[in-house]
Structure formats: structure tokens, C-alpha cells
Design a protein around this ligand. Structure first.
Ligand code: NAD
Length: 292
């Protein structure tokens, strides 16, 4: 079997078309506005910010980047987040990670307005996730689900294995799979025999950050494999390229595979936009015109 390779950019395109339509409707009452807040000159953030800004432009969401100085105190960051929470012109807020080491990220996330928390990282939104009532859930976890559902992968009763248990990807993804009645196993750094778990998976989602962690001999033939990892590796000619956590040879045996780049990454951007629409609808008392 050769895996169907998921076209994440096409999925993002379809999401953006629906989002653009909703944004046009919402904008009749006032613009939809997304603010990205960063502190200092954090490493990878600039690439993400550029992508976010371009994506917003494509769908008619107004985007602004507030860069606070590297030396900002926790109090200054809190004050900024409170001001954004109180500003009715602000629809959504992204607090860009990582923060400088002297700042407490979790304490800062707790200062977001949960109705504007489009990345679903505020504890109120994470709490709703455990109840299955989250409107704003972490975008990458939602993106993995969106890929599986768009490709009609059966989830009810499926053996789903999630590798990685971070707060932002692995844990929320496990909860979203549980909501869909998959039988979920979560593996992590202390899992004794990773291959024994991954080989049982009908649906395998990998979010670790280690190239070639999952190889062809570790999957069940025909499995749906969602590679969430993003790793920059050196090439022989001295350059670099981006790869996921799953070896390329998995494509020969899997039923479905998300490539890196071009798989879950673009869909995550689409989810960010979709969540911004959800946030606007939540704040303006509209029922949502968008579904998964
Ligand atoms: P993290 O560092 O917070 O978590 C890594 C997880 O992997 C932990 O649960 C850890 O226990 C587990 N782990 C580490 N080594 C392992 C091993 N040998 N075997 C099994 N589990 C192991 O990372 P994160 O923020 O969840 O991100 C994971 C990956 O996903 C990274 O590569 C990141 O760049 C990528 N990512 C992609 C997107 C996207 O939009 N595609 C978004 C967020 C993160």
C-alpha cells in the first residue's frame, strides 16, 4: 500500500474560503481584529508572525503585532493583556511563545480574556476541553482532527495512539480523540516500548520534535499517520530542511500520511483563523456559521 499524502495547503485553502465569507459578514458590524503579542526577540516567532499576518490578510482579518521589550516585567505584560481584554475592538489575542526566561508563561496565559484566547491556552478553555464543550481549543490539536475528519478516517472505536503529551498538542489532541470515541493511548518520553504501542494504532499522531522517531517498522499497514513534528535538519550540501517526526519510508505502508512541510502546519494556520471567527461570534452573541 502507498499512503495517500494529505494536502494540508488545500485544506487550509478550503478553510480560508469559509472563514473569509464569515469575516465579511462579521465586518459589517465592525472589523475582526487579531493581536499577536510577543516579548523580546524570541527565536522562531518571527516566521510564525509573518505567516499569521499573511493569513489574516488573505481572509480580511486585521492583524497587529505588539512587541514588548525583552526587559518587560510580568506586571507590564499583565497590564498589556488586560488592556487588550478590555478593548472591544480586539477580537483575538495570541501570546507568542517562548517568553523570555524571567517571565512565567502560564501566569501570563491566565491573564488572557478566555473569549479572545484563540489558541485555547487559558485554563478556562483547557477545562472546557475536558468537558467536551470547548469553543476555542488549541489549534494544532484541532488541525490534526480536521485532517482526519476531512479525510473520512473513522475515529469511533479506532485504536488511536498519540505520541507526545504536551499541554498544547498531545493532551488536547488525546481529549479531542476521546470525544470522538476513539480508544486513546498517550505515549511520551517515559513510555517503555514505543513501537509496541504505535504498531497497534489505526490512527497514529506524533508530536514530539525528533526526526525519524517513527519508522516504517513501527506502524500498522494501512494506518492513518498524522505527523505533527517540525524539525530543522542539516542537509549534505550544508543547507537545512524541515522534516517531521516520521520517516519518509512510512509512506510505503501507511494508508494516509501528512507530509512535513505541507501537512498539519498549514491546517493549524487555518484553525487559528477559524478560531478568530469563533471568538468574534462568541463576543457578538452570534451562533456559529462554521463547523469542523
Ligand atoms: P514538547 O517539547 O512540549 O513535547 C514533546 C513531547 O514529546 C513530550 O510529551 C515528551 O514526553 C515527548 N517525547 C520526547 N521524547 C520522546 C520519545 N523519545 N518518545 C516518545 N515521546 C517523547 O513539544 P510540543 O510543543 O508538543 O511540540 C511537539 C512537536 O510538534 C515539535 O516538533 C513542534 O515543533 C511541533 N509542533 C508543530 C505544530 C504545527 O503546527 N504543525 C504546532 C506545535 C508544535
Amino acid at each position: 500500500m502507498t499512503a495517500k499524502i494529505v494536502d494540508g495547503r488545500a485544506l487550509r485553502g478550503a478553510l480560508e474560503a469559509r472563514v473569509a465569507h464569515e469575516v465579511e459578514q462579521l465586518s459589517r458590524e465592525g472589523p475582526v481584529r487579531l493581536i499577536a503579542v510577543s516579548v523580546g526577540s524570541a527565536g522562531a516567532s518571527d516566521v510564525y508572525l509573518r505567516n499569521q499576518s499573511r493569513a489574516c490578510q488573505r481572509v480580511g482579518i486585521r492583524f497587529r503585532h505588539d512587541r514588548l521589550p525583552e526587559s518587560s516585567t510580568q506586571e507590564a505584560l499583565t497590564a498589556h493583556l488586560h488592556a487588550l481584554a478590555a478593548d472591544p475592538r480586539v477580537t483575538g489575542i495570541i501570546l507568542q511563545m517562548p517568553l523570555p526566561a524571567h517571565l512565567d508563561a502560564r501566569a501570563a496565559q491566565a491573564k488572557l480574556d478566555p473569549r479572545k484566547d484563540i489558541e485555547g491556552v487559558h485554563h478556562a478553555n483547557l477545562g472546557k476541553l475536558t468537558r467536551g464543550t470547548a469553543v476555542l481549543a488549541p489549534c494544532t490539536a484541532q488541525a490534526a482532527i480536521h485532517v482526519l475528519e476531512s479525510e473520512n478516517v473513522p475515529l469511533e472505536g479506532a485504536e488511536a495512539v498519540v505520541v507526545g503529551h504536551s499541554e498544547i498538542v498531545g493532551k488536547p489532541l488525546a481529549l479531542l480523540l476521546l470525544d470522538r470515541l476513539a480508544t486513546v493511548t498517550v505515549c511520551h518520553i517515559a513510555t517503555r516500548d514505543l513501537a509496541a504501542h504505535t504498531r497497534r494504532a489505526d490512527v497514529l499522531c506524533v508530536a514530539v520534535g525528533k526526526p525519524d522517531l517513527v519508522r516504517a517498522d513501527m506502524i500498522q499497514p494501512g494506518a492513518a499517520v498524522v505527523d505533527i513534528g517540525i524539525n530543522v535538519v542539516k542537509t549534505e550540501d550544508g543547507g537545512s530542511r524541515v522534516v517531521g517526526d516520521v520517516s519518509a519510508d512510512v509512506a510505503a505502508d501507511a494508508g494516509l500520511l501528512t507530509p512535513v512541510p505541507g501537512g498539519v502546519g498549514p491546517v493549524t494556520v487555518g484553525m487559528l483563523l477559524r478560531n478568530t471567527v469563533f471568538a468574534a461570534q462568541l463576543q457578538r452573541g452570534h451562533s456559529s456559521g462554521l463547523t469542523s
